[in-house]
Design a protein around this ligand. Sequence first.
Ligand code: FMN
Length: 140
Amino acid sequence: MYHEQGCGDLLERNGKYGSHGPGGGRGPKAAGAETDLLACADVSGVDGYDAVALGCPAMGSEELEDGEFLPMLESIEPALPGKKVALFGSYDWGVGEWLENWEARCAEKGISLAASSVKCNNAPDDEGLSACRALGAALA
Ligand SMILES: Cc1cc2nc3c(=O)[nH]c(=O)nc-3n(C[C@H](O)[C@H](O)[C@H](O)COP(=O)(O)O)c2cc1C
């Protein structure tokens, strides 16, 4: 899992990742899909995207990063219901509560998750990378 993902922002176009997507881009790419990798500042909306993978590490106290990621998320959330959406991110000393809270937030907003969320304790191990690829493939 690369820094860009941990920091929080990956948008997927039709399932294609570049070389930096979850699992090194191999999940959706192996499924023959096309992707865009976008940093928060580059996200202007999700129109035209069939699937969206969102990544944000645990920040604050089991919270989403609120400087860049949360404002971006709030701007696109109304357009996410009906799209394929998946969540991922890294954490350190906790147990993943931030991701559970995020999943609950999605449910409250009518956003269905198309894949099991992926959480990695700091850098992903082989199991984490495999889970990332499965997440990407599920969105392709
Ligand atoms: C300000 C700050 C707050 C954090 N809060 C949490 C937390 O609540 N729970 C947790 O498990 N890890 C927390 N972490 C650890 C990060 O989630 C972890 O280091 C993550 O892998 C960082 O990803 P990045 O290096 O891609 O930014 C925090 C880190 C920072 C810097």
